[in-house]
Design a binder for this molecule. Structure first.
Ligand SMILES: Cc1cc2nc3c(=O)[nH]c(=O)nc-3n(C[C@H](O)[C@H](O)[C@H](O)COP(=O)(O)OP(=O)(O)OC[C@H]3O[C@@H](n4cnc5c(N)ncnc54)[C@H](O)[C@@H]3O)c2cc1C
Length: 498
């Protein structure tokens, strides 16, 4: 067994980009993953003749070659951009609330504004003013948070400092009247997991602005292609990976990392551990409270575990156009009330709304010729599933999946007749595969008080670092970036020591 500089626990987005960055910089890195494939959420699985995408719906931050977004630049820095085939989506989304609205927004600012003005002519001036504000705010946020302007101040960036933590709903109410219009503009709130009344404007603004400016993307081969390329590059740099090999304990003495104990009982000495597992799990289960100062747990006191997902994976024996599916990203809602939809995530009721992603619309090769696959997804908390007797699990799962399919049938009538494969994932599935509390897919809730602006990234153990959704906000772009940042922090620490 060679000596390792760093053991990375977990091969999700954050674990993979950190492992690759460290290996590219000449460190000896061991990557431990409890599952048998790399990716965490960023994986696929096979049923029949379909390879189903687990999680990726719309990749943010890519941009074009001429106007690259932060994620395109990051993939370039990691040396993997030319190994990926990026597929641009022309539309942000189609939103259908049966009987109320059916609207498609293209990923282009003037088109979004014109489409909304045409639908809500009396709100024309407010729509113009809102999007002006969104763009000015986002420019300030980029300067303060991402470009880290050292001269940042309230005077220089007044919009950012005044509005970053204000609820999104409050900003919308300042500019617009019609509740339906506000619902359309905030359709993406489900991507963050908090309704507009509780969602900090900074999170919402950046999401909408970035999808318009850098366009939503998908990947040929799905997210598994990205995870595989990251892993192959890591191995090519001399990294070592072990699958089906969970870290069972992180060995600590005097609040310093001493090594990792695998579930096979092997002790691997090292001075640095990068954990892509949840912070809570890392401190509670892998290190153990007896090895930690009390204050390490106080950090978690006010935090809330975020939602997991409920997905119905659908394999059809028809092409999307045969089923009436013309957009990749389709939000379907019975109601346009986010509060009600959010409340339902805490129950085992059939959700009011769902997202139907059909990758074949942007990429016809995504499944065998003459077929297509779609993911019908809603967020959901694990709590009601955890209190459900095991004997009722399959009944609840099938009932909700059927209810969601009925919802989709209202927009795409007859699709159920063309189903060839169906698989369902619940919050318990995510708990099992990811090992995260509540099967949370974005880590902690994104309330203003838990905002990444206030995140204390200090680790309570020397040599312990984190990457992934529990220390960054959830999503591909942020977790991929977080791995690179954590790796840089380790490199800096090693350089200092030597
Ligand atoms: C249904 C769904 C839809 C989504 N849609 C989108 C989308 O469209 N756009 C977007 O940007 N984001 C989306 N996301 C969110 C995004 O996928 C996640 O936020 C992101 O992939 C999480 O990455 P991570 O680095 O936190 O690692 P995770 O994916 O959480 O992986 C953690 C890894 O650590 C491993 N691990 C845990 N404990 C141990 C241990 N003790 N030993 C060894 N290994 C361990 C796990 O097995 C896992 O592989 C979606 C997620 C889901 C599930």
């Amino acid at each position: 067994m060679p000596d390792f500089n760093v053991v990375v626990i977990g091969a999700g987005n954050g674990g993979l980009t950190s492992a690759l960055t460290l290996a590219r910089n000449g460190l000896k890195v061991l990557l431990l993953e409890k599952h048998n494939i790399p990716g965490g959420c960023a994986t696929s699985f096979i049923r029949g003749r379909f390879e189903f995408e687990v999680s990726l719906h719309q990749l943010s931050g890519i941009g074009s070659e001429q106007k690259p977004g932060p994620l395109r630049m990051l993939l370039g820095e990691l040396g993997i951009l030319d190994k990926l085939e990026l597929v641009e989506m022309k539309s942000l989304f189609r939103l259908v609330i049966p009987g109320k609205t059916d609207i498609t927004l293209e990923a282009d600012r003037s088109s979004v504004v014109e489409t909304l003005k045409a639908r809500f002519p009396r709100e024309g001036a407010g729509i113009e003013r809102f999007f002006d504000f969104l763009y000015k705010f986002s420019a300030e946020m980029v300067a303060v948070v991402f470009a880290r302007d050292p001269a940042a101040s309230r005077e220089k960036y007044p919009l950012f400092f005044k509005y970053a933590l204000k609820p999104t709903q409050q900003i919308l109410d300042e500019y617009l009247q019609d509740p339906l219009l506000k619902s359309i503009i905030t359709t993406y709130w489900t991507y963050v997991g908090l309704p507009p009344s509780r969602l900090p404007f900074s999170d919402f603004a950046l999401l909408l602005w970035a999808y318009i400016e850098f366009k939503p993307y998908h990947l040929k081969g799905g997210s598994q292609a990205l995870s595989n390329v990251l892993l192959e590059s890591f191995l090519a740099c001399g990294g070592i990976v072990r699958f089906n090999c969970a870290a069972q304990k992180i060995m600590v003495a005097d609040q310093k990392i001493r090594g990792v104990l695998t579930e096979d009982g092997e002790e691997i000495p090292c001075s640095y551990v990068l954990s892509n597992a949840a912070t809570l799990t890392t401190y509670n289960d892998l290190i153990g409270p007896e090895n930690l100062p009390r204050e390490s747990f106080q950090t978690f006191g006010g935090k809330t575990i975020g939602p997991s997902g409920f997905t119905v994976f659908l394999g059809f024996d028809r092409r999307p156009e045969d089923l009436g599916i013309s957009e990749t990203t389709n939000f379907i809602g019975r109601e346009s009330d986010p509060e009600r939809a959010f409340a339902r995530w805490r129950t085992l009721d059939v959700p009011d709304s769902a997202l139907l992603s059909c990758y074949n619309v942007s990429d016809p090769d995504f499944s065998p010729p003459g077929t297509c696959q779609a993911a019908l997804v809603t967020l959901q908390y694990a709590d009601p599933w955890l209190s459900l007797p095991p004997s009722q699990y399959f009944g609840a799962k099938n009932r909700i999946a059927r209810g969601m399919l009925n919802l989709a049938e209202q927009v795409f009538p007859g699709i159920s007749k063309h189903l060839e494969e169906v698989e369902v994932a619940t919050p318990l599935t995510h708990m099992r595969y990811l090992g995260h509390p509540g099967g949370a897919i974005y880590g902690f809730e994104q309330y203003a008080k838990d905002s990444s602006f206030f995140e204390n990234r200090r680790s309570f153990v020397q040599g312990l670092y984190f990457a992934g959704s529990w220390v960054a906000s959830g999503g591909y772009q942020t977790t991929l970036q977080s791995g690179v940042s954590a790796a840089r922090a380790i490199l800096k620490s090693i350089n200092k020591r030597t």
